[in-house]
Design a protein around this ligand. Structure first.
Ligand SMILES: Nc1ncnc2[nH]cnc12
Ligand SMILES: [Zn+2]
Length: 338
């Protein structure tokens, strides 16, 4: 391991953009398929990995939803999240905000309770075993209707004290934030925090809508905001965190080459960019792999990496006093690794 590898691995960090369904490794997909008697359209783990060659977001989503079919019981969701937390702990993650897509499961007849209880159980264990704190972001699938999103919010009612935020994901283009303005208003009224994927494939207008119509506290991805100077200025002025996902951006052709990734341009503008893994099992790496890949591709120095880690805490949904404790520990780490 190089010095930079070790520095990145040990750097205390929060992960703010992680779809728990996207952490389903092919080995676990096969094990769950067998445990649950579900057939999957692949003969081997190698064949699954070979299928992970995407030209755009939809290409990926088709495989991601197919993979999620093996998840049926609370034990499955628990095992999925436990595997993620073990990887995250090894990558220096001390806090994780997990997105989950209930509709991917409830539409197949899996009860909401199985999904969330399995995740909550793994989250509790992660605190005890790895010292990782975590929270849940219920993400609505934007290719489905407003009515379906409202029904999902209603289903979540008994667990609202254990859900931190709502999000918006899936096929972006053609499903603008405005489609969900009323659902997000209802979620805000229930005291939930708000985030949304915007500007991954969709135009800057979708980022404007996420700010104006959804009242987001942060933006997931946000790459295409860079096409709109007034929007950049606004995001900087409002201190809006962007949860950027370098390996995802490369795999989904949001950038042609990681060497062209705008992460350092974002920081130079004063945007509060963070680095995250999105769907690590599908995009070839967990959060430290994302830091390493982008550090190499854009020649980021330790100060830039420290800024990205700092932004991960300030952009989290943690209470201010806990954020301050994380920042103190980060500063102590940086002091010890000059
Ligand atoms: N990168 C992504 N964009 C939109 N929806 C997603 N669901 C899982 N990963 C996603
Ligand atoms: Zn995402």
């Amino acid at each position: 391991m190089t010095d930079l590898d070790a520095f990145i691995t040990g750097l205390p960090k929060a992960e703010l953009h992680l779809h728990i369904e996207g952490s389903l490794e092919p080995e676990l997909m096969f094990a769950l398929a067998e445990r649950n008697g579900v057939s999957i359209p692949f003969a081997s783990v190698e064949e699954v990995r070979a299928a992970y060659d995407f030209s755009n977001l939809q290409d990926f989503l088709d495989i991601y939803y197919a993979g999620a079919n093996v998840l049926l019981t609370r034990q499955d969701f628990h095992d999925l999240a436990s595997a993620y937390f073990a990887r995250a702990a090894a990558d220096g993650v001390v806090h994780a905000e997990l997105m989950f897509d209930p509709q991917t499961h409830t539409d197949r007849g899996v009860p909401f309770s199985e999904v969330i209880e399995g995740l909550l159980c793994a989250m509790e264990a992660a605190r005890a075993e790895h010292g990782i704190s975590s929270s849940l972001i219920l993400s609505f699938l934007r290719h489905l209707s407003e009515e379906a999103a409202f029904a999902t919010l209603a289903e979540a009612e008994p667990w609202l004290d254990r859900i931190e935020a709502v999000g918006l994901d899936s096929s972006e283009v053609g499903h603008p934030p405005e489609k969900f303005a009323r659902v997000f208003a209802a979620a805000r009224d229930k005291g939930l925090r708000i985030t949304a994927h915007a500007g991954e494939e969709g135009p800057p207008e979708y980022v404007h809508q996420a700010l104006d119509l959804l009242g987001v506290h942060r933006i997931d991805h946000g790459n295409r905001a860079l096409e709109d100077p007034a929007l950049i200025e606004r995001l900087v002025r409002e201190g809006m965190t962007l949860t950027v996902c370098p390996l995802s951006n490369h795999k989904l052709c949001v950038v042609d080459d990681l060497a062209d990734h705008p992460i350092d341009a974002m920081l130079a503008h004063g945007l509060k960019a963070t680095v995250n893994s999105d769907d690590p099992a599908y995009f070839g790496g967990y959060v430290a792999d994302n830091y390493r890949a982008i550090a190499m591709a854009r020649r980021l120095d330790r100060d830039a990496l420290a800024t990205l880690a700092r932004n991960s805490f300030t952009g989290s949904f943690l209470p201010d006093e806990i954020v301050a404790e994380h920042l103190d520990r980060l500063d102590a780490y940086l002091e010890a690794h000059r």
